[in-house]
Design a binder for this molecule. Structure first.
Ligand code: 4NP
Length: 168
């Protein structure tokens, strides 16, 4: 994938999107932000946020299993669920979907004038042992959340290496 920085303003804005914005995408946001800090890349980011494609859980805190998984792994998490809206396609350089349904919904929604890069976050994986799709863990046990956490750490590292590592 070609490096996609914006020459005028190298600070990037990244949004993570799932269905409800209580399980996967707030975890993605928290894991990504943690990696950005660890790597000393904070300078390169303006906004890191997450959204749902629905309003089902608007205003709610992340699912207890997402919080538990992040805490266990030393990743701070704090978020209130919000639904993505058209203006977000103006604000974010990258809008990263967890699964194919999220991706399809986002692409249907994207205004013609928006040049946001709308992709599956798993597109950045380099290790095919990880599933590209961050599967919906809502109706399963904690192991689904733990697997999501590992995937999101890998995708975050690869994204940062390939999209930001090239900015120096
Ligand atoms: P998320 O998980 O999209 O990762 O936040 C879900 C949260 C809620 C529901 C489904 C998935 N739900 O059916 O309410």
């Amino acid at each position: 994938m070609a490096p996609s920085f914006h020459p005028r303003d190298r600070q990037l804005s990244v949004a993570f999107v799932c269905l409800g914005n209580i399980c996967r995408s707030p975890m993605a946001e928290a894991v990504f932000r943690h990696k950005v800090k660890e790597l000393g890349y904070s300078y390169y980011f303006k906004t890191i946020d997450s959204f749902g494609t629905t309003r089902w859980h608007t205003g709610e805190s992340p699912d207890a299993r997402t919080v538990q998984t992040c805490r266990k792994n030393g990743v701070p998490i704090e978020h209130q669920a919000q639904e993505i809206s058209l203006k977000d396609f103006d604000r974010f350089d990258y809008i990263l979907a967890m699964d194919e349904t999220n991706l399809r919904d986002l692409r249907q929604m994207q205004p013609i004038y928006s040049d946001s890069i709308v992709e599956l976050f798993g597109k950045w994986r380099s290790n095919s042992q990880f599933n590209k799709v961050v599967g919906d863990p809502y109706y399963g046990g904690i192991s689904g959340f733990e697997y999501n956490f590992q995937q999101l750490g890998h995708f975050s590292e690869e994204f940062l290496l390939r999209e930001v590592g090239t900015l120096d």
